[in-house]
Ligand binder design. Structure first.
Ligand SMILES: *Cc1c(COP(=O)(O)O)cnc(C)c1O
Length: 333
C-alpha cells in the first residue's frame, strides 16, 4: 500500500526546513552538517511526535474515538504533543504520567512540558515513581470504556507501525529536499528513545532505495532493548505498508555511549553540546534527547567517523520545553 493511501490528519507544518549548521561544521572541522528542523513541526512548540500523530489521530477519528489516552514521563514531549493534537481534533485526552527520572529541580514537576499539558486541557493522572505506566494506562482504559467513552490508546512515544508512518514520510521528504539542493545525504543522525522515529526512517530509506545511513543515538542507557524495539517496529511498519520486504540487517545502527547513567539524567557532554549548538548556530537543543544526540555527533566527528566531503544531517526532534525543567543545571557555569 502506498503511504498516501493511509488516513492522515494534516497537523504538522511540512516540509520542515533543512538548513546548514555552517559555523558548527567549520568549528568541528569535519563533514558538512545540515539540520532537519523537526523542532519546527508547529504543533504546541513542535517536535517529532507531531509527524506520528498525523497518522495516529487520523486512525483514532476513523475508528470513531472520542477520547485519546497515552502515557509518558512527567516531562514527556510525546504527551504534550498528543494533548495538543487532541485539542485540535476536539477529542478529550487522558495522560498517565509518572516521573521517568529522579531529578531534583523545583521546575521539574511544574514547568516545561507538564505545564503545557495542563494548559492544553488534558486530564493528567500523575502516578508515583516506579509505577508500571503501561499497566496503569490499561486500567484507566478499562475504566473509561466502562463509562461509555470510545478510547483510542496511543503507546508510549507514539511508537508503533501507525505512528512510524510519519517518519516513513519524513524519509521521503528529506530525499526530495536533498535532491532539490543537489545534496547527497550520507548519514542521518538522531536521538532514539522509544524507537518509532528510527523505525520509520529506516523503513522509509529502505523502501525508497536510499543509501542514507540512519544512526540512532541511544538516549535510554539500554541500547540492547532499544535495538530490539526498533527492529520490531521497523518490521511491523514494513508489514503495515503491505510489503513482503524483510528488514535489511545492516540498516539498524544504534550508537551507544552518550546516554549517561540513565534516561533523563544530564551529562557534561550533553551540556557542552547544547551550549555549542546555541553559540555556533543559534540552535536550541534539549537535555534529554537532542543534546545527547548532538554530543554523540560531535564525538563521532572527533573520532573521524565521517569524511570531510560527506554530508551529515542532524535530525532535530524537538524537546526544548524540557530545557526549562533543568533550569538550575543550565544556570551553573
Ligand atoms: C520522543 C523523542 C525522541 C525519540 O523519538 P522516538 O521515536 O521515541 O525514538 C527524540 N527527541 C525528542 C525531543 C523526543 O521527544
Amino acid at each position: 500500500m502506498e503511504l498516501s493511501e493511509f488516513p492522515r490528519q494534516s497537523i504538522a507544518h511540512l516540509p520542515t526546513p533543512l538548513e546548514p549548521m555552517a559555523r558548527l561544521a567549520v568549528h568541528l572541522g569535519g563533514p558538512r552538517i545540515l539540520v532537519k528542523r523537526d523542532d519546527c513541526t508547529g504543533l504546541a512548540l513542535g517536535g517529532n511526535k507531531t509527524r506520528k500523530l498525523e497518522f495516529l489521530i487520523a486512525e483514532a477519528l476513523a475508528q470513531g474515538a472520542d477520547t485519546l489516552l497515552t502515557t509518558g514521563g512527567v516531562q514527556s514531549n510525546h504527551v504534550r504533543q498528543t494533548a495538543a493534537a487532541a485539542a485540535r481534533a476536539g477529542l478529550s485526552c487522558h495522560l498517565v504520567l509518572a516521573p521517568a527520572v529522579t531529578w531534583n529541580d523545583p521546575a521539574y514537576d511544574v514547568s516545561g512540558n507538564v505545564l503545557l499539558d495542563h494548559l492544553l486541557g488534558a486530564q493528567v493522572h500523575l502516578l508515583p515513581p516506579g509505577t508500571d505506566r503501561d499497566k496503569a494506562m490499561g486500567r484507566l482504559a478499562r475504566v473509561l470504556n466502562s463509562q461509555g467513552k470510545a478510547v483510542y490508546v496511543i503507546p508510549s512515544g507514539g511508537s508503533n507501525a501507525v505512528g512510524a508512518l510519519g517518519y516513513v514520510a519524513c524519509a521521503m521528504e528529506l530525499a526530495d529536499q536533498a535532491a532539490e539542493l543537489g545534496e547527497k545525504v550520507d548519514y542521518l543522525v538522531h536521538a532514539s528513545g522509544s524507537g518509532g522515529t528510527q523505525a520509520g526512517l529506516v523503513a522509509g530509506m529502505q523502501l525508497s532505495g536510499s543509501s542514507t545511513q540512519v544512526l540512532g543515538i541511544d538516549i535510554t542507557a539500554n541500547a540492547a532493548d532499544l535495538k530490539k524495539k526498533v527492529r520490531s517496529i521497523t518490521q511491523a511498519t514494513l508489514h503495515h505498508l503491505g510489503g513482503d520486504e524483510a528488514l535489511d540487517r545492516n540498516a539498524l545502527q544504534i550508537i551507544e555511549g552518550y546516554a549517561g547513567e540513565a534516561y533523563g539524567l544530564p551529562t557534561e557532554q550533553m551540556r557542552a553540546a547544547v551550549r555549542l549548538a546555541a553559540r555556533m548556530d543559534g540552535l536550541i537543543l534539549d537535555p534529554v534527547y537532542t543534546g545527547k544526540a548532538m554530543a554523540g555527533l560531535i564525538d563521532l566527528i572527533s573520532q573521524g567517523r565521517f569524511d570531510k566531503d560527506q554530508t551529515v544531517v542532524f535530525l532535530h526532534t524537538g524537546g526544548m520545553p524540557g530545557l526549562f525543567a533543568y533550569t538550575e543545571y543550565f544556570q551553573q557555569d
